[in-house]
Design a protein around this ligand. Structure first.
Ligand code: ATP
Length: 320
């Protein structure tokens, strides 16, 4: 019988984590569960950094980016001794089950807790990278795309007025998800992503050709995992003789108020995670697929995500 659950956020923060925490707490309390907030992810779990949360502790946070529970990356949790410390904290505090909110690393931690230490865990997908299986989109990705898009729209104004080539670097170490979405929505001329090889020489030929026909502003979106924006810009200037400017959007993409879509997703998924726990369904990750609430095994959730960028990538190239 589950009476007390813990909730933590871990890894990179994502807009909408707060909405997920709020939902877990209020849905849990509604179902007579005690909810304990664990601060700074697995680091706080190891150190026993806990605080009981009630209905009111999560007031006024649905619209806020970041996470009130804070987040961390914790190498100690990768070790067996670190995990043992975490398990002891959970036992000592009579926490029967855990909701982990985060990305694939966070899920891998939960897999350890469930498979090796038999701590009931459920995962809620929150990462701007959208690289988890079992859900069409993760919490935070929509906000990150919209934030980057707002910046691209502004850059386009100046690119057009000044007749310049802008190379804009967006987040995505292993995934071009943000890049292709932003490029498609922002009408970018080119996009470089880690999933596809690219030829800067060919791109430069296109630019020179376009320039000859009177096109004199370009926006080239680069996912950080594909190339460094300044290197791409240098190469373009070197090969075309045209002036380039670089913008690295960086961490602004993680911040800001979550979009309605992220708040709704986070709220639905937080409640679903609690439902799984109430039904004694552990070792799973919640998600939404084709509009329907869904749960998959945590192992499945962290398998490499089937490519979601290809159709967008091809379309961008056609529309350029
Ligand atoms: P994002 O992808 O948005 O940055 P994430 O959850 O993938 O989020 P990570 O930094 O990869 O972020 O992982 C968060 C934490 O999860 C790590 O610091 C570590 O404590 C734990 N973790 C990651 N991988 C494992 C693993 N294989 N075993 C145990 N714990 C892990």
């Amino acid at each position: 019988m589950i009476k007390r659950i813990g909730v933590l956020t871990s890894g990179g923060d994502a807009p909408g984590m707060n909405a997920a925490i709020r939902s877990v707490v209020r849905y849990g309390v509604h179902h007579k569960l005690e909810v304990i907030g664990i601060f700074r992810g697995y680091a706080g779990l190891i150190n026993g950094d806990l605080k009981p949360l009630d209905h009111r502790s999560v007031s006024g946070i649905i619209n806020r980016g970041g996470t009130i529970l804070e987040t961390a990356r914790c190498d100690e949790f990768l070790t067996e001794s670190g995990q043992l410390k975490a398990v002891e904290v959970l036992k000592r505090n009579k926490i029967d089950a855990l909701v982990v909110i985060g990305g694939d690393g966070t899920y891998r931690g939960a897999i350890q807790l469930w498979d090796k230490w038999h701590i009931p865990c459920v995962g809620v997908p929150a990462t701007i990278d959208n690289d988890l299986n079992g859900t069409d989109i993760t919490i935070g990705a929509d906000t990150a795309i919209n934030t980057a898009l707002e910046a691209i729209d502004k850059i386009r104004d100046t690119a057009t007025s000044m007749k310049r080539i802008f190379v804009v670097e967006v987040m995505g170490r292993d995934s071009g998800f943000i890049a292709v979405n932003v490029a498609l929505a922002g009408g970018a001329e080119e996009v470089l992503i880690p999933e596809s090889s690219y030829d800067v020489g060919e791109m430069c030929q296109d630019i020179v050709e376009g320039n000859r026909k009177g096109k004199n502003s370009w926006i080239i979106v680069v996912a950080e995992g594909a190339a460094k924006a300044d290197k791409v810009a240098e190469k373009i200037t070197e090969m075309t003789g045209l002036e380039t400017r670089v913008t690295v959007l960086g961490h602004i993409q993680r911040g800001g108020a979550p979009t309605a879509r992220d708040r709704i997703l986070a709220t639905r998924l937080g409640a679903t995670a609690v439902n799984l726990i109430l039904n004694n369904e552990f070792g799973k990750a919640v998600g939404v697929q084709d509009g329907r609430i869904n749960a998959v095994d945590l192992h499945r959730a962290v398998e490499e995500k089937e490519t979601v960028v290809d159709p967008f990538y091809r379309l961008i190239r056609i529309l350029t």
